[in-house]
Design a protein around this ligand. Sequence first.
Ligand SMILES: Nc1ncnc2c1ncn2[C@@H]1O[C@H](COP(=O)(O)OP(=O)(O)O)[C@@H](O)[C@H]1O
Ligand SMILES: [Mg+2]
Length: 178
Amino acid sequence: MSRGVTVWLTGLSGAGKTTIALAIAEQLRAAGREVEVLDGDELRRGLSAGLSFSREDRDTHVRRVGFVAELLARHGVVALVPVIAPYSGTRDEVRAQHDAHGTGYLEVHVATPLVECVRRDVKGLYARAASGELTGMTGVDDPYEEPDKPDLRLDTTGTDIAAAARRVMDLLTERGLA
Ligand SMILES: Nc1ncnc2c1ncn2[C@@H]1O[C@H](COP(=O)(O)OP(=O)(O)O)[C@@H](O)[C@H]1O
Ligand SMILES: [Mg+2]
């Protein structure tokens, strides 16, 4: 069985987490790997339905997704996790839980700056935050604690999706996980 790993893509809304995860998933599947994408937006409609965007509920969401990712990764799956995960302490808990089981874990900071995320405004959320219709928007009026020592930091401004995906694939190859 191939070694599983969790690849957590953390960063602001619109940074490119989902797009990059889906691109890598396609490549890994083509190479014969078992892959699951645990997308934050999707899981908030399922596993974490009913949770709010309070600090406590954001942490609960991240812990739940971390738990599922670790189970999958422990059994040989590449678990790709495009989830904002704004609090460093909670991200560290998830990493520690992987370490406790000897399960691989990589943190990728999709570090696209706020100004570029606002320019893209993929879901129209930044416009709603600017008009005051939406509060608690990460990076606007809610915290995002940047990772100190991510395994990879990726600013997608001015790069294409394929190049961003390649950086993550290279990291997996370097660590013997691709
Ligand atoms: N190099 C890149 N990597 C990833 N996404 C990019 C890149 N360049 C432009 N984009 C665009 O940025 C947007 C990112 O949206 P999305 O992946 O939904 O962000 P997130 O999941 O982080 O909220 C997409 O519209 C994507 O096409
Ligand atoms: Mg996303």
